[in-house]
Design a protein around this ligand. Structure first.
Ligand SMILES: Cc1cc2nc3c(=O)[nH]c(=O)nc-3n(C[C@H](O)[C@H](O)[C@H](O)COP(=O)(O)OP(=O)(O)OC[C@H]3O[C@@H](n4cnc5c(N)ncnc54)[C@H](O)[C@@H]3O)c2cc1C
Length: 419
């Protein structure tokens, strides 16, 4: 099917996977596909990241991959081993064994649609990750920090506000599969996908009126307006927007979205040795990713992408804070935070660009992942099909890809009857 048009509100496509020339604005990595994720494997073969089922070495995160800053020093990895007591270590091993158990059961995989819907597995969604850790006697502060870091990193939420299903999913679904990344992050994937479509940027879709056989679409750009009579529409924006654009459809209020601030710092030189992912233990931020890491040059100018999720329990309050804080204040937050690890960061930084993502990520709150609201939201509404990562409850590129392909296949199946 070639008579397809993509209407995108922003000046560039990609949403939260957008990038600058050689740095990400949001998503910056994916996990290598599991055997069942054939759609992702095919995409990676198409763009030359995988050849004959093997991932090219240059796309795998090179060493040093991750490090943690704690009381004046960097430590390898994201679990704070230094100073861990025997009890801390016992709990870490017990946690790892618990995750291994779920892995062996193959209950969790990416995409979510292929995960087990066994009652014992979905029951995890009824409690928070904090509750799950409590129930298992996981009291070690550094273990809880480590697990909460994972929740903040992938979901922008704290242990209390994350479904235990999502918490376990983070560790059990990726297994030992490696991380794939590019200097510009997942913008590399967006650039590839964008080549296949007739893209019209700057168009805000304001209204979609579906019937069973077709849909009327209205879009505006500045003073211009267009109406499109479409046989089918794939609505790839999040559900909170569907509420306004397709008013005849009921949209569940159970979809909630947290906000993030991302800053790109352009440095004339490095503040010392860098890893790919650099995390500060005592910080509300997630630290930074070195955009130039994959280039294999460990000296000279670089770009650091700094991530700050607003993890407030009340997502509206988080969004208000995000938007009430201006560019200069956010730049100062990033510099002050990083100065603890890199005292000369202000001298080295030549420019800072800031992105405020209001509805950055769907939040996998307890009870939401296996809710009816979530599972029924991907059903077509007349001639409108739905495709966005929020339909999976977990914000991952792989989930967005899965829903995009699923929706396209739904349309293609109907198209056969037009012929
Ligand atoms: C800071 C951050 C870091 C992340 N890091 C990672 C990561 O490392 N790895 C990973 O896998 N995932 C990551 N994610 C999540 C990942 O970015 C998303 O899951 C994925 O990109 C979502 O894609 P999407 O197309 O479903 O939705 P979106 O990114 O929400 O895209 C929706 C698009 O619809 C457009 N739109 C909305 N309304 C309208 C309208 N009315 N008319 C026209 N256009 C409209 C928007 O402008 C946008 O381009 C991150 C997300 C954020 C915010």
């Amino acid at each position: 099917m070639r008579d397809v048009i993509v209407l995108e509100l922003e000046p560039a496509i990609g949403g939260t996977s957008r990038s600058g020339t050689a740095y990400p604005w949001g998503a910056h990595y994916i996990i290598a596909p599991s055997a069942e994720n054939r759609v992702l494997a095919r995409l990676l073969e198409e763009i030359g990241v995988m050849r004959g089922g093997e991932i090219g070495e240059e796309f795998l995160v090179r060493d040093p991959e991750e490090r943690l800053f704690y009381r004046g020093r960097w430590y390898e990895g994201l679990y704070l081993h230094a100073g861990a007591s025997a009890e801390d270590q016992r709990q870490l091993r017990a946690f790892e064994a618990e995750m291994e158990k779920w892995r062996q059961r193959r209950a969790f995989t990416i995409p979510v649609a292929y995960c087990s819907d066994d009652a014992e597995v979905t029951a995890l969604d009824r409690i928070s990750m904090a509750g799950w850790l409590d129930a298992h006697g996981f009291t070690s502060p550094r273990l809880r920090w480590f697990v909460e870091y994972a929740c903040r990193d992938d979901y922008g939420s704290l242990l209390d506000d994350t479904s235990a299903w999502a918490g376990v999913f983070y560790f059990a679904s990726r297994g030992e599969r490696p991380t794939i990344t590019w200097p510009e992050g997942n913008g590399r994937l967006v650039a590839h996908l964008g080549r296949f479509a007739r893209v019209r940027t700057g168009w805000l879709v304001t209204n979609i009126t579906p019937t069973d056989a077709s849909a009327e679409v209205i879009a505006v750009r500045g003073d211009e307006a267009i109406g499109i009579h479409a046989r089918r529409v794939i609505f790839a924006a999040p559900q909170f927007i569907a509420r306004y654009v397709i008013p005849s459809r009921e949209t569940s209020p159970e979809f909630t979205y947290g906000s993030w601030m991302v800053a790109n710092l352009f440095l004339r030189d490095r503040p010392g040795e860098l890893a790919w992912d650099n995390v500060l233990y005592d910080s509300p931020s997630l630290g930074y990713v070195t955009a130039t890491h994959q280039r294999g040059i460990d000296h000279g100018p670089t770009t650091l992408t700094y991530y700050y999720p607003l993890c407030d329990h009340d997502v509206h309050r988080g969004r208000e804070k995000l938007l009430a804080t201006g560019r200069d204040e956010w730049a100062d937050v990033a510099l002050t935070d990083l100065a603890r690890a890199h005292p000369n960061i202000r001298e080295l930084t030549q420019r800072i660009d800031v992105m405020r993502w209001g509805h950055a990520m769907v939040r996998p709150r307890p009870g939401f992942v296996w809710s009816n609201a979530r599972r029924t939201a991907s059903r077509p509404f007349g001639a409108v099909h739905f495709a966005n990562t929020d339909l999976s409850a977990v914000p991952l590129f792989e989930e967005a890809l899965y829903h995009g392909v699923r929706a396209a296949e739904e349309v293609l199946a109907i198209k056969t009857s037009w012929l």
